[in-house]
Design a protein around this ligand. Sequence first.
Ligand SMILES: [Cu+2]
Length: 346
Amino acid sequence: MKFSRRSLLQLAGLAAASGAGAHASGGLSDQPHTTHDSGHGAHGMGAAGRVTSNIFQPTAFLRAWNFSDLPDERRTNFYRETSRPDGSLLREYQLVAIDREIEIAPGVFFPAWTYNGQVPGPTIRATEGDRVRVTFLNQGSHPHTIHFHGWHSPAMDGSLPSHEVKPGDTFVYEFDAEPAGMHLYHCHASPLKRHIHKGLYGVFIIDPRQGRAPADELVMVMNGFDTNFDADNEVYAVNTIAHHFMHEPIRVQVGRLTRMYVVNLTEFDLINSLHLHGMFFDVFRTGTSMTPSESTDTIMLCQGERAILETRFRYPGQFMFHAHQSEFAELGWMGLFEAVEVRRDT
Ligand SMILES: [Cu+2]
């Protein structure tokens, strides 16, 4: 099965528009333009102001996987699933590396290297035992790879110089999805820290065969941006845009199971963390065990480490969450949940 060239052309056009400085609306997600208030004033330091480009929607990213944020006719350009005789699925993806400038805080643009024009890249989600086939096209200006965490053969590892996919070239990664858990993917070309921090990373979720309890599921990527290339981050966030969830709290339901897939993809800092106010959550480190290892209100993650967190909001209202490194919080890594009561008809 081959993907049409149409998707590639869409992405190439998008990169060209970005390079010309035209921050065209639309892009890969067809989400409506979010409202913004005070525009360019704050330069990302502090919670004032909103980004003005709408090429990436951190809120939509929370609940989007396998390109579910695209309308069906566009989705099939990037994702297809086919049943196999044993009941599992063949899941086929098209990922494209593209250079693109992205707005990470009001008026702060970062010259990113992206998968499919967005940072983080699209979330890939399979069930244990599925076959995953990712066609990777490098339309960027540097050699790149995709290195998936999970079981696979060395030839699929995307980590050695011989694995690098040169600009204009294609490589097909293929492996069985295992183990169940929360994983990640990222470029592994050298210099590694540069390729990762430029934006070439994403989430790779493998659901256990038996599934997990029904829940409101949220993908949360802790990331940072070195805007002046001094090997230190100036902007921090969950899902790329500083302070986004202060302006647009994550809506959740009181009493409903909420499951957070959290990964640390921050470069240059050894550790990142997530602290949730007013409540506790169960921690499933790497998501590989169905039994939580602890109940806490703060989790610390090294670079590349991840965890699945589960909780239920007891009270309606706003609950802050942020890195417990106060510096990160002040530079953008801070947000709110808005828990709402949902009336049930009796
Ligand atoms: Cu790379």
